[in-house]
Design a binder for this molecule. Structure first.
Ligand code: ADP
Ligand code: MG
Length: 267
């Protein structure tokens, strides 16, 4: 095999698990927030995480993206342990530089858009590619314009966040995350803070991203989105996975009473 063949062979193919979460535990003080979470997300698939407030959904996403550290178990993204590297038989904690590199591969979109208020939409999207990945401004700019077009905001490059609606800001936030060419996108209730009439445009962008083959983990209460887009729906409660499966199973024929109660509450 040539070097390129080897590099290609190391890329997970569609259907193989890009994300492997195994027996993950996490506590804040005496409060065990993640008790024993295992789930797999195949490359190119969409997993929707559902569950009542406080069930540990955000914490789980934050553990995948280095915003929290886990107490036990392991998280593997694209064949690499999150936060640790293996040298022979030994496992070492990653250095801050290694963590920063690993985080570049994982895009995250939050409930609050978290755009830099003093930068235009274009500058927000260019910030990490130029500041972190050290791409040239011209390369970063043409890519940012392409991404703005992709999220339906080609005419808003020069707008500041305050001049954009919540839905437009959230689409800029998605474009900003995509600018680092992530392998995985995490969404934490991306439409929960939006006025109802602005939700659809954001979900449309996410739907298109899924269609293009992006691997995504999405925390959302939008059951219609889950039904239409998810390959897998995972219902969490009290820090455990209560039930997981295809949308037709978990949403339309839930096996557990806790799942039924939750679905009744969000419908
Ligand atoms: P969800 O996203 O499902 O609503 P979270 O993961 O945000 O749940 O929170 C799960 C539990 O962990 C909640 O009880 C929350 O108060 C607690 N928690 C989350 N982050 C922290 C933190 N940094 N310190 C202490 N408790 C936290
Ligand atoms: Mg949350």
């Amino acid at each position: 095999m040539t070097a390129t063949d080897i590099a290609d062979a190391a890329q997970p193919q569609r259907g193989e698990a890009l994300v492997q979460i195994r027996r993950v535990r996490k506590s804040f003080g005496a409060h065990q927030v993640l008790r024993d979470i295992s789930l797999e997300v195949p490359a190119g698939s969409v997993t929707v995480l559902l569950g009542p407030s406080g069930s540990g959904k955000s914490t789980l996403l934050r553990c995948v993206n280095h915003l929290e550290t886990i107490d036990g178990g392991r998280i593997i993204v694209d064949g690499e342990l999150i936060g640790y590297r293996q040298a022979g038989a030994k496992t070492h904690e990653m250095t801050p530089r290694q963590i920063a590199r690993q985080r570049q591969d994982i895009g995250m979109v939050f409930q609050r858009f978290n755009l830099f208020p003093h930068m235009t939409a274009l500058e927000n999207i260019m910030e990490a590619p130029v500041g972190v990945a050290r791409r040239s401004r011209s390369v970063a700019k043409s890519r940012a314009l392409e991404l703005l077009d992709r999220v339906g905001l080609a005419d808003f490059a020069a707008h500041y966040p305050a001049q954009l609606s919540g839905g437009q800001q959230q689409r800029v936030a998605i474009a900003r995350a995509l600018a680092m060419d992530p392998k995985l996108m995490l969404f934490d209730e991306p439409t929960s803070a939006l006025d109802p009439e602005l939700v659809g445009d954001v979900l449309d962008v996410m739907r298109e991203l899924a269609r293009d083959g992006m691997t995504m983990i999405v925390v959302t209460h939008e059951i219609g989105f889950a039904r239409g887009v998810a390959d897998q729906v995972v219902f969490m409660d009290g820090g455990v996975v209560v039930e997981a499966g295809a949308p037709s199973e978990v949403l339309d024929a839930p096996q557990r009473q806790r799942t039924r109660n939750f679905l009744d509450s969000v419908k």
